[in-house]
Design a protein around this ligand. Structure first.
Ligand code: 4AD
Ligand code: MG
Length: 465
């Protein structure tokens, strides 16, 4: 007999038919006459209730059916007699694929803490919350590919192993096959990489941007979507050492086009979630964050507020003058902390904010320099509850200006000669940005810790599973 997915059972409702479902037991309850088994197969947040008549059931088998066990059930689908569910299965036959010892199965009771569930990340997809989060994660990936495909962008694959530091922030994980117990060094004590796998120092990439720019200078509009790695020692609810990033890069786009693309892109993704993940979002809204659905809807309706970094700093300085307390100081030239970003978004403008034209000192070497000599054509998108969700810019297209700035910022020309070549041969104005996939998921799911929107989080001192 062919198995039917529980999600399909709920949409098709073949009442009166004998069906076969397979899944994991969420709960079993009942009395002396009947047992009620809530079964879930991951296709939907909804459980199907299996009703077992204990007069005809195998008593020994029933004992082995406990929370976490995996079953195949055959029975007739009927309109439910009890409240709480529309349909249920009158059980005719059960096969137990795998038992789960109640003494040792880690997901016994409902309402485990998120901290505890991180310790059992290998099993947490079986909870309602993580089932919902990972289904939404999949849907967001589909939304992203659809958005760009519909607009004629090409999905371009950039390398994960690289010899250049795109962001120039020195937060790279090294990749080596050298024997760490026996490193060869020169007279200055520097490691000699000649005999290493790549014959030079290599690392995991922090961003696919530089290679995406090469592609944009040929294919016009491209995007990357892959894992990136940052060895920043920040133990915050918004940082991961391994996260996924989406980076579109578009020839002939100026900063305004870039802002429009980014705003359309985020709104498309949020709308996609509302259209395609209604059950899961409703669950998360009810369980964790009563404002979630309202916040998602409000973002697709409003126009993001655009202002310059300089204007943003003035607003923050005014707030401080009026008695607002921030942990980190506010002054022109300071990098904004999440508390500053969230003040602008949540308290001042009450909508997403696009901040542009940051001081060049706090931004990367590749950003287009403004005529004032002080700022660059950067744009960060700041979101409620998240702070920075997107970072991007128009790129410096002048070979001279770019080479000079790279040199000033300690990015060696020998590492990026190929990047500089795009400015020597057929350079063009172009722009792009990076969206942190898990930051988007934080926003869409309403989860409060980034460790809970990626299946197996990598953070300082944590690489289990
Ligand atoms: O602002 P960032 O560092 O920009 C870049 O990497 C550019 N190369 C992007 C581009 O222009 N193509 O990072 C982009 C986004 C941030 O806005 C944030 O959403 C996310 O990536 N991000 C992180 N997400 C999780 N954990 C971290 N450690 C992150 N660092 C950045
Ligand atoms: Mg940034």
């Amino acid at each position: 007999m062919k198995r039917i997915r529980i999600a399909d059972l709920f949409t098709q409702k073949p009442i009166g038919e004998v069906v076969n479902v397979k899944g994991w037991v969420r709960t079993k309850r009942g009395n002396k006459q009947v047992a009620f088994i809530a079964l879930n197969d991951g296709t939907t947040i909804k459980n199907i209730q299996v009703v077992v008549d204990l007069a005809t059931a195998d008593e020994e088998q029933m004992k082995t059916i406990t929370t976490g066990a995996c079953l195949s059930v055959v029975g007739e689908l009927v309109a439910s007699q009890g409240g709480g569910q529309e349909i249920e299965i009158q059980c005719k036959e059960i096969e137990v694929y795998g038992t789960a010892d109640p003494q040792t199965y880690p997901l016994q009771k409902k309402g485990h803490s998120m901290e505890y569930l991180r310790e059992v990340a290998h099993l947490r997809p079986r909870t309602n919350t993580f089932g919902a989060v990972f289904r939404i994660r999949h849907n967001m990936a589909m939304a992203i590919h659809n958005f760009f495909h519909e607009r004629g962008f090409y999905y371009f694959h950039t390398p994960l192993i690289t010899a250049s530091d795109c962001e120039g922030a020195g937060q790279m994980f090294q990749v080596t096959t050298m024997n760490l117990y026996d490193l060869k060094k020169d007279e200055n004590g520097s490691i000699i990489y000649d005999n290493d796998f790549f014959g030079r120092q290599a690392s995991l990439t922090v961003s696919g941007q530089l290679e995406a720019e090469l592609a944009a200078m040929a294919l016009g509009a491209v995007y990357t979507f892959g894992p990136t790695f940052r060895a920043e020692n920040s133990n915050t609810p918004r940082h991961l050492a391994e996260f996924w990033m989406i980076e579109p890069e578009v020839a002939f786009n100026e900063i305004e086009d870039n802002m429009e693309l980014a705003e359309d892109f985020i709104k498309y993704c949020v709308r996609w979630a509302l259209d395609n993940c209604a059950d899961d979002l409703q669950f998360l809204n009810d369980m964790f964050d009563k404002e979630l659905l309202t916040r998602l809807r409000s973002v697709i309706d409003v126009e993001f507020k655009r202002l310059t970094y300089t204007e943003g700093i003035s607003i923050l300085e005014e707030a401080v003058a009026k008695g607002k307390k921030f942990e980190f100081p506010v002054f022109w030239g300071a990098d904004l902390a999440a508390e500053h970003e969230r003040y602008l978004v949540e308290e001042y403008f009450k909508r997403p904010v696009i901040l542009t034209d940051y001081p060049k000192e706090i931004k990367s070497f590749y950003m287009k320099q403004n005529d004032d000599g002080k700022t660059v054509r950067a744009m960060d998108i700041l979101f409620p509850k998240i702070g920075e969700i997107i970072g991007g810019s128009q790129r410096e297209e002048s070979y001279e200006k770019l080479a000079k700035r790279a040199n000033e910022m300690g990015v060696p020309e020998k590492d990026i000669w190929w990047y500089l070549d795009t400015r020597r041969f057929g350079t063009a104005p172009h722009s792009g940005f990076g969206l942190g996939f898990e930051r988007l998921l934080l926003f869409v799911t309403g989860m409060s810790n980034i460790r809970d929107v990626i299946p197996f989080p990598r953070t300082p001192r944590n690489a289990e599973f």
